[in-house]
Design a protein around this ligand. Structure first.
Ligand SMILES: Cc1cc2nc3c(=O)[nH]c(=O)nc-3n(C[C@H](O)[C@H](O)[C@H](O)COP(=O)(O)OP(=O)(O)OC[C@H]3O[C@@H](n4cnc5c(N)ncnc54)[C@H](O)[C@@H]3O)c2cc1C
Length: 324
């Protein structure tokens, strides 16, 4: 394989998201070993600081799509602009994060550019000249290797936090502006407003001890039991995404790639399966204790201590032990 690898830079509130650096890291290694060129595309408005933070992160070229039409995120506008860049440059591969942005962009770009899309990947290696991606199946209980042999570009989204994070040798990237043509009259949607989440009561990223609950608690009425253990340990509660999605707790309590990354000294996961999107954001915790009634739950792969059992037996027993 030869040609270009194009990384789609992602930003959160004007700051380049870590997943972009992870993608550049992988892209650099592939570009070096396969004699390819690595470019990163910055999309937005007034992107000077984004461009600057990407200058020595492994890319050969920073492509800049900067236009007032890109000030407020719209999947339709962004995917149109990015697809135009992809059509123009014909990269062999396009890398993005398996994030809300990447999920929307990868499917739209692969469709518009008639390429091959594969999502939620953890790694990419080679079978000769054939790229092979590794991705989880069935909530991470199985891994699967997939050979990509459809039409280019291969649009691949990678799990945030899954790729190695070591620094790449700094080489200074060139910059190139790309033309942004958006025909507002042809758009079928327009973004009216970005509604920000309300500020939370607590900041779970600062807690030393987190007792985290997942769908395994089964009922909102069971939250006080988890809180009781957290209080007994002098910690705070947190949760997986389903608990926040159901509105049982606010997103400020959510651990995961779409919410908060946490590194407490102790993380106790109660009834959490250990999906990659959750694990990526808590696996650097000092001590991980998992309570799950399924001995094959993926959370046990990252836990230092695992308790196979019903959390409604285990948690009261722990509270009793701690408060005795
Ligand atoms: C783009 C994207 C972003 C995402 N972002 C996030 C994110 O930020 N955070 C996040 O958490 N998820 C995120 N997810 C969702 C993620 O894939 C999982 O669906 C989610 O983490 C599962 O939550 P859970 O472990 O609580 O529930 P489940 O997967 O349903 O697991 C429940 C677990 O509880 C166990 N259990 C049930 N009853 C008991 C009991 N009585 N005692 C003990 N154990 C019990 C079960 O064995 C099971 O393992 C994201 C997904 C996508 C696609």
């Amino acid at each position: 394989m030869s040609g270009e690898i194009l990384v789609l830079a992602e930003q959160i509130a004007g700051v380049v998201d870590n997943v972009s650096f992870e993608l550049l890291n992988l892209g650099r290694k592939i570009a070096d070993s396969k004699g390819m060129r690595l470019s990163v595309l910055v999309t937005g408005h007034q992107t000077e600081s984004l461009q600057n933070s990407l200058i020595e992160t492994g890319a050969d070229l920073i492509l800049v799509a900067d236009d007032p039409a890109l000030e407020t995120y719209s999947a339709e506008v962004y995917s149109t602009v990015i697809s135009n860049v992809v059509k123009e440059r014909s990269p062999a591969m396009v890398f993005c994060g398996y994030t809300y942005f990447g999920i929307e962009m990868s499917s739209a770009i692969a469709t518009r550019c008639q390429g091959t899309s594969i999502s939620n990947c953890l790694d990419l290696n080679w079978d000769g000249d054939q790229p092979v991606v590794v991705r989880p199946m069935f909530g991470g209980t199985l891994m699967i290797r997939i050979e990509m042999n459809g039409p280019a570009p291969y649009v691949i989204s990678f799990e945030k936090g899954a790729l190695p994070r070591e620094a790449v040798e700094g080489k200074k990237a060139e910059k190139e502006l790309v033309a942004v043509k958006v025909d507002q009259s042809s758009l079928s949607t327009s973004t009216l407003e970005i509604i920000k989440a309300a500020a939370g009561e607590i900041d779970i990223t600062k807690a030393n001890i987190l007792v985290s609950m997942g769908r395994g608690i089964g009922d909102k009425e069971k939250i006080p039991l988890i809180k009781e253990l957290a209080d007994a340990l002098g910690g705070a509660i947190s949760c997986s995404r389903p608990i926040a999605d159901m509105g049982w707790l606010g997103t400020e309590y959510q651990v995961g790639i779409s919410a908060n990354y946490v590194t407490p000294n102790v993380y106790i996961a109660c009834g959490i399966s250990g999906a990659s999107q959750h694990v990526a954001a808590m696996r650097d915790s000092g001590l991980i204790i998992a309570i799950n009634k399924d001995p094959n739950a993926p959370i046990f792969r990252v836990a230092h201590y695992g308790i196979v059992g019903d959390l409604f037996d285990v948690v009261p027993a722990l509270i009793k032990e701690v408060t005795a």
